[in-house]
Write a protein that binds this ligand. Structure first.
Ligand code: PLP
Length: 598
């Protein structure tokens, strides 16, 4: 049976729509506020002429207005950033404007102090309200600019994002109270007559900022996603579906495969406008299709079989406790697939389309998603070179495939710490090689060490760097973290390490919780010394399959180091609970990482 699958158009949650409305209103407010602000310096100018008979700060006047424009523009850009995070130029513009606008409070301060110094030294007439000594006035000004400057508030939010969002929200609340009281006093002063002024906008602005800061994780992802104009995926239903495995506790990993698979073909030079991926900027990819799972015919001379031009990805679909099916950060996988593609001279795929293809396939195979606690549907996207050619060069034909496999719970009986063998003979990758990619070849070269370690009774190897054999890189097919004293360290990604999506998520969660996480070169000897000194508190691997895998023992050059007495540490357990909670919909997902697809 043939038919077309409907193309998914991105949808927004009610919350996102509401927040988008808030941000849009705020942008309008900022612009209106700017117009009022520009009148401020003009009034100062008039007052100074009235009081002193001369205009004492022409430079300050020009500077103030210029800065106000810059600050307002920066505010507008910051707010636009929420709406259009994929808007590329904002980085430079925003960075430049933030930098210049940061000068504003400082320059304004200098200007204010020079005027007050003028009054105090009798150069200018003392204004009636200035009854305090100069040091008090200066101190109050500095405090005022630092504490009550909205721009500092914005910078705090922008610079520290999630970690500071609550503080920034509380700060905004204080500002709101401050401005409400100021407006109240001011209204009393003018006998209850409401005078339209920029001051009236401030409370509204701060209220909106409070909403923004408390919702930063939702806002910091695209709200206005472009509508997708994807290629049509054709669908051929499997006429002979398989029996699904009855016992979900015996699924294992990568043993069973579902009834359908996704395929898409690449031919150099192929491109039918509107039909191929040309319009998506990925010329040559065409004929996306979901077809019955089965052998893919291939020429014996297909280049992937000879020169290993193959890259892959790994992610999962989770059947949540609420009955919804979720993917976890699928766009990250497709971005990484393109990184691998680039390194192996494989033409890029359209990342959004690839995510869409995965979604469509998972929806077709919804009934294959296991439902027992800890189980999931493993998704394996991969690309391999197919042209029949013997000769070393990049291929001109490829297939992009996605297959699905229901997999069992990784930890059937709780999180068990594993024994790790520090590998000093073989290396996994070197800088300049392909370690940062998910290329099949990397896994072929790791098999020997893995086999040897298994024979010695260890579950994984700890890979050291390929040049000095000194720095820690990864653990088996996972990234690795060490809790040393109050610091959590994971090796920096410097070309030979795969940038794990679980690694990235762990770092973001740990930082959001307030832990100090450093991505830096980590020498094995530092870990050994920490273990001996008793400051090595925990160690764990991170990856899609196991999520978090605690390390209980490290065998290193004849020595055996026990970590946390071979038991799971508190941080590892907390991290595991949080990540799996988000993935299975057991806890809220404040980061917007999961994508509900069915
Ligand atoms: C070599 C290697 N390192 C790290 C990882 C962890 O990556 P992720 O967290 O994206 O699964 C993997 C995962 O498959 C891997 O193969």
């Amino acid at each position: 049976m043939e038919g077309g699958l409907s193309m998914g158009i991105s949808t927004y949650t009610q919350k996102q729509k509401f927040l988008a409305g808030v941000v849009c209103s705020l942008i309008v407010l900022e612009v209106v506020s700017l117009l009022f602000s520009l009148m401020g310096p003009w009034r100062i100018y008039q007052r100074e002429i009235e009081v002193t008979g001369r205009f004492i700060a022409p430079f300050g006047f020009a500077m103030l207005n210029t800065m106000l424009i810059l600050v307002a523009a920066a505010n507008v850009l910051v707010l636009l950033k929420f709406l259009l995070p994929n808007w590329k130029p904002h980085r430079q513009w925003l960075g430049g404007l933030l930098g210049v606008a940061l000068l504003f409070p400082v320059l304004n301060l200098i200007r204010g102090i020079s005027v007050d110094a003028g009054y105090s030294f009798g150069i200018l007439n003392q204004p009636p309200l200035n009854i305090f000594p100069l040091p008090v006035v200066i101190a109050a000004m500095i405090a005022g600019f630092v504490v009550f400057n909205k721009f500092f508030l914005l910078l705090i939010g922008v610079a520290f994002k999630k970690r500071m969002e609550k503080i920034a929200g509380i700060y905004s609340a204080i500002m709101l109270a401050y401005w409400l009281s100021a407006v109240g006093l001011w209204l009393v002063k003018i006998n209850g007559a409401i005078h339209w002024d920029a001051n009236l906008l401030k409370p509204i602005t701060y209220l909106a900022y409070i909403i923004i800061y408390f919702n930063w994780p939702v806002l910091s992802r695209p709200i206005l996603e472009k509508e997708n104009t994807f290629m049509q995926i054709t669908f051929e239903k499997n006429p002979a579906p398989k029996q699904k495995p009855a016992d979900q506790s015996a699924l294992g990993f990568g043993i069973y495969f579902t009834d359908h698979m996704f395929l898409m073909t690449y031919d150099e030079g192929h491109g039918v406008p509107g039909e191929s991926a040309d319009s998506l900027g990925c010329e040559g990819w065409h004929s996306p299709r979901i077809v019955p799972y089965g052998p893919i015919p291939m020429d014996p001379a297909a280049m992937c079989l000879h020169y290993g031009q193959e890259v892959f990805e790994g992610l999962k679909a989770y059947y949540g406790v609420d009955g919804k099916v979720r993917l976890f950060r699928p766009a990250e996988n497709m971005a990484r697939l393109n990184l691998s593609n680039e390194r192996l001279c494989i033409p890029p795929i359209d990342e959004a389309f690839a995510v869409h293809a995965v979604e469509e396939l998972v929806k077709v195979e919804r009934d294959w998603i296991p439902t027992q606690d800890g189980t999931s549907l493993y998704i394996r996207p991969y690309i391999f070179a197919t042209d029949p050619h013997i000769g070393v060069r990049p291929a001109k034909q490829y297939i992009f495939a996605v297959i699905l496999s229901p997999v069992g719970a990784y930890y059937a009986s709780g999180l068990n710490p594993v024994k790790i063998f520090v590998e000093e003979k073989y290396v996994r990758a070197v800088k300049g090689g392909m370690g940062f990619t998910k290329a099949a070849a990397n896994y072929a070269s790791s098999l020997k060490a893995q086999e040897d370690a298994h024979k010695l009774g260890y579950s994984q190897v700890l890979w050291l760097d390929g040049v000095e054999r000194k720095y820690i890189e990864e653990v088996g097919t996972m990234n690795v973290f060490f809790v040393i004293g109050d610091e959590i360290v994971t090796p920096a990604l410097q070309g030979s390490i795969l940038g794990g999506i679980t690694r990235k998520s762990c770092i973001e969660i740990l930082r959001a919780w307030g832990y100090t996480v450093h991505e830096r070169p980590l020498a094995l000897e530092e870990v050994v010394a920490a273990a001996k000194a008793g400051t090595l508190k925990e160690a764990f691997g991170s990856g899609t399959a196991a999520v978090v895998s605690p390390i209980g023992e490290l065998a290193c050059g004849g020595e055996t180091l026990s970590i946390n007495n071979g038991e799971i540490g508190a941080i590892s357990q907390k991290l595991y609970d949080e990540l799996t909670g988000i993935q299975w919909g057991k806890v809220a997902d404040p980061y917007g990482w999961t994508k509900v697809i069915a």
